[in-house]
Each structure stands twice: as C-alpha cells, then as structure tokens.
Design a protein around this ligand. Structure first.
Ligand SMILES: Cc1cc2nc3c(=O)[nH]c(=O)nc-3n(C[C@H](O)[C@H](O)[C@H](O)COP(=O)(O)O)c2cc1C
Length: 198
C-alpha cells in the first residue's frame, strides 16, 4: 500500500469535522432583549447529563449567561440554516434576535430562558462553573436540567430517531454545514453489544 504524504499546515487549526453547533437562547436583562447566539458544544457527561460551551467575550450572550446562569441549547435543523447564519452574523449586536432571525420565541419548562419553537430538541441548562480562557473566551460548564423533544424525535425510551431529525454540524476547517449521511456503525459493535446509548 502506498503511504500518503502528510504535511504540516502553516497555521495550526482545530480541524475536527464535524462539530455540533447549537443555537443558545438566554434571557435578556433590564431593557435588553432576549439573546440568541451560535455556540459550539461538547458533552461532558451522559449521566448526570452535563454539557460545555465557550462564549466569546465580545458576544452579547457572554454577559447574559453570566447574569442568569441558565440557558437553552436549541438543536438547529436544516430548515433553520438561514436563521442560524443570521444569528451568527449578529452575535456582537444587542438587538431583538428573534426579529432578526424570524425564529419563534418559546419558554423553557425548568430554567429561566427563552427557547426556539422551530428547534425539535431543547436542552435546558444551568451553569455550575465558568473558566476564563485567554485570549477571548469563557467556558461554561452546565448541568442539563430538562430536555424536551417534538413528536417523532425520540421513541418511548427516549432514544433519538436519527432519520427523523435533519440536524447538521459544521466542518471546522472549511466552515460548511453538513447534515448526517448514512449510518456506519454503533457503540460496542466490536464486542457484540448494542445496549450502549450515550
Ligand atoms: C458553527 C459555528 C460555531 C460557533 N461557535 C461559537 C462558540 O462556541 N462561541 C462563540 O462565542 N462564538 C461561536 N460562533 C460565532 C463566531 O465566533 C463569530 O462570532 C461569528 O462567526 C461572526 O464572526 P465575526 O465576528 O468575525 O464577524 C460560532 C459560529 C459558527 C458558524
């Protein structure tokens, strides 16, 4: 087999495709409206459910998440890509992001934060730690307090029915959005297990 040549990129990059990008919603403050912001997310733990996000210090969402300590991650789907990009392109602007994006405001069941009705999955989060990350970000670690899904997204056991949710991720390294392709495996297949869900 011929070995392919590997080269170093001139600039190191976190080229790890794909990564989940979420629409974060957080309550407003005083006269400032509720905020929608695009954030990468990562799963810290499945049980208890905990997630992490990082927010740029220039983004309106940073102050709001600090103030309230609660937010919702709204899983975006393909039909929301235009709104997703509009939220992203206005992340430093204090404005009514529901008006800018055309998305519909809902209310979280457990935390004090708005939701996005169009999103099929709402993950309601409460911050338990903030880590300042030089030069310009803060990482928030949060517990998942409640999760709601629209009909058809999960079965009776809460298992995600992947084909029913046209979600997408961004390919870091090219800045493109891709939806899921075909199923190519599952956890535990090498030992004949199909009971691990995460
Ligand atoms: C897929 C995706 C993920 C992003 N994730 C984050 C994030 O985790 N934290 C954050 O503060 N901003 C995030 N952003 C917003 C960008 O950092 C940036 O604010 C936005 O693309 C606007 O770029 P500009 O400030 O150069 O105009 C994300 C944007 C996209 C498209």
């Amino acid at each position: 087999m011929q070995t392919k040549t590997r080269r170093q990129l001139a600039t190191p990059g976190a080229i790890i495709p794909p990564v989940p990008a979420m629409l974060l919603t957080v309550a407003g403050h005083a006269d400032e409206p509720d905020e929608i912001s695009v954030v990468f997310s990562f799963v810290i733990n499945y049980s208890p459910a905990q997630i992490g996000i990082s927010v740029n210090h220039e983004h309106i969402a940073l102050q709001r998440v600090r103030q309230h300590g609660e937010f919702v991650l709204n899983v975006p789907v393909v039909s929301m890509i235009a709104a997703f990009d509009r939220a992203d392109m206005n992340s430093k602007k204090s404005a009514d992001k529901f008006a800018i994006t055309g998305l519909t405001r809902g209310k979280a069941s457990t935390v004090n934060a708005p939701t996005i009705i169009e999103s099929p999955i709402h993950v309601e989060c409460r911050v338990f730690d903030e880590v300042t990350l030089p030069p310009n970000r803060s990482m928030f670690l949060a517990s998942v307090e409640a999760t709601s899904v629209i009909d058809g997204v999960c079965d009776e056991d809460g298992t995600l029915i992947v084909k029913n949710v046209p979600f997408f991720g961004m390919t870091v390294g090219s800045g493109e959005f891709y939806t899921m392709g075909k199923r190519v495996g599952h956890i535990g297949q090498s030992v004949g297990r199909d009971d691990i869900k995460y």
